[in-house]
Write a protein that binds this ligand. Structure first.
Ligand SMILES: [Zn+2]
Length: 249
């Protein structure tokens, strides 16, 4: 991600405007790529020196694709659960919906703890609804982030033995668009948000990134190695594609 620049721009298309984030990266060779992120937001990736005109021409040429994916993401965004962080709501943990029990407390701090079969969320009694919602989301996210350290270490341990690979560090991250990655030093980065998904999906992401320790790309040898220890890896990958948009607070 070093030396990347991000700028928010707009392109006029007929009567309307399409906003987009332009990500320029010196490591990128010739290609320009499009992706639609939640929001919805169009993300355009381009090499550091490609002229703006060339990027805009490419966008115009792919406007059908862009508008279709923006509309799809708008629908997905609308179907995403929005929580108020009140008793009776549920937060998924490893695919299991866990009820939320809100306990009003004195003071200004919020905290989330996992009890046997539910999350206990302690929220300041004096907080307004909007503030309580915000504190609730932060406290639950904190719980997941902290818990992720231990859970990911456990799953990496299981799968590195099966795959017979030795990764570098395991780092908990919070990207909106990537569930995991493996860098040149074989450090594995995993988003704490994947803990909303069932364990078989978490394991798929963990094993997938561990496979990159030996195979950098997604060639046949990569899939063969993964399939050997996880015969249904492609089904899990497809399942992740289906549920990915819902892995959010
Ligand atoms: Zn990969």
């Amino acid at each position: 991600m070093r030396d990347e620049t991000r700028t928010t721009l707009t392109l006029e298309v007929g009567e309307s405007e399409v906003a987009y984030q332009l990500v320029r990266s010196p490591r990128r060779k010739r290609t320009i790529a499009f992706a639609v992120d939640t929001g919805p937001m169009l993300v355009v990736r381009a090499p550091a020196r490609t002229p703006a005109r060339e990027i805009e021409e490419m966008m115009v040429r792919h406007m059908g694709w862009i508008l279709r994916h923006l509309a799809d993401m708008r629908t997905l965004d609308a179907s995403r659960p929005t929580r108020d962080y009140v008793t009776g709501e549920e937060i998924p943990y490893l695919g299991d919906p866990m009820p939320l029990h809100v306990v009003p407390v004195l003071g200004m701090d919020a905290e989330c703890r996992r009890r046997n079969d539910h999350f206990e969320l302690r929220l300041p009694i004096a907080a307004s609804d909007e503030r309580a919602r915000q504190l609730g989301e932060e406290a639950v996210a904190d719980w997941f982030r902290n818990h992720a350290d231990q859970k990911f270490a456990e799953r990496v341990d299981v799968w590195k033995r099966k795959l017979n690979v030795e990764p570098g560090r395991v780092i908990v991250t919070d990207p909106k668009t990537r569930w995991g990655s493996c860098d040149a030093k074989n450090n594995i980065r995993l988003s704490w948000r994947i803990l909303f998904a069932p364990l078989e999906i978490v394991d798929y992401i963990v094993a997938h990134e561990l496979c990159h320790v030996v195979h950098r790309n997604h060639g046949p040898r990569f899939w063969r190695k993964l399939e050997k220890v996880m015969p249904d890896c492609l089904e899990r990958r497809d399942r992740l594609r289906e549920i990915g948009h819902s892995l959010t607070l």
